[in-house]
Design a protein around this ligand. Sequence first.
Ligand code: CUA
Length: 404
Amino acid sequence: MLSKSRLRGWLARSAALMTLWSLAGEALAFTGEKYNMTQGVTEISHEVYKLHMAAFYVCCAIGAVVFGAIIYSLINHRRSKHPKPADFHESTLVEIIWTTIPFFILIGLAIPAAGTLIKMEDTRNSAMTIKVTAFQWKWNYEYLGEGVSFYSTLSQDSNVARQLGSGIDPNTVPNYLVDVDNELVLPVGQKIRFVITANDVIHAWWVPALAIKKDAIPGYVNEVWTKIDVPGTYRGVCAELCGRDHGFMPIVVKAVPEAEYKAWLESKKKGAGVAVASAAPVAVAAAAPAAAPAAAPAAPAAAKELSKDDLIKAGEKVYTANCAACHQASGEGLPPNFPSIKGSKLANGPADAHIKQILNGKNLMPPFKQLSDEDVAAVASYERTSWGNKGGAVTVAAVAAARK
Ligand code: CUA
């Protein structure tokens, strides 16, 4: 029989333990929010989260049983208690038990996981397709069938702050290294198919909130899909080591209601700053207005020649977004792979050779054909008039001519 005082002591200890336990539970839930996998905003991401938690709890249970057995044995079968060890050998029953239990645990985890995997692969009946192409070190998004395509690169703020000796505290930059200039805008509630590939090396398109992490491999096309339930901004990064700026090619997905998406798409189609038909030699159209209708309607404003000052001013932005990573903000480069532009032959010599190198690349430098004529003219003008360079500004028409 339990005496009254012993019972009271036992109850008090139990209550204390319960309090401790619930506190620990709260702490766990709190840190869980911060350190656990995100639940995401799609049906698939919720399924992935549930699978993850199921596997986690199974691991916890196995851990408790295994460590419990170890600790129990350490205490109850210690040498001081049993100076003479038992000398039994082999037990068929025990071996069968510890083989079948893990077997059933694995099968139990594999069945729901396979179901989710099959669902993830099923890209049928999608409402739209986005082609994602990875580059060192940026993303290109093409809205297939819509004639809309653009590059998405690290935002200016982050890019300037990350430069060696920038003197800018990264903590003062909002969304440091996870912000881009052009977000991937998508409608909510629609099945969106992605076809993912790369142009140079292997990258990976990873957006945790959508539970998508898919390799982007040159020469291959990987498929995946999503249907976003909640409007919002979801951030991700490249998840495959792809060279020196691997850490600087983030992904931003902006999910908006259908109507807002439609409006955005229309504005993009009208060419508001989008270089859809950038390859068209539009500057020529201005010289022969009578024959102009042949020029792509997607880029009506492109034929305008910009003033030297405007070009140089715009060029600095283009330079920071595309060139500064290798050639540095100071133009001094990182020799020997990324030569200095400051005082270089190219930036002080004939404009044509300079423009052609920007368009076509050389050695480690990738081609920048995808930039519009204005952007190429701007960046060339900026490079040729900065850091003491005396090459002089170039014209948009010269860039259009160099493309041919
Ligand atoms: Cu692209 Cu890492």
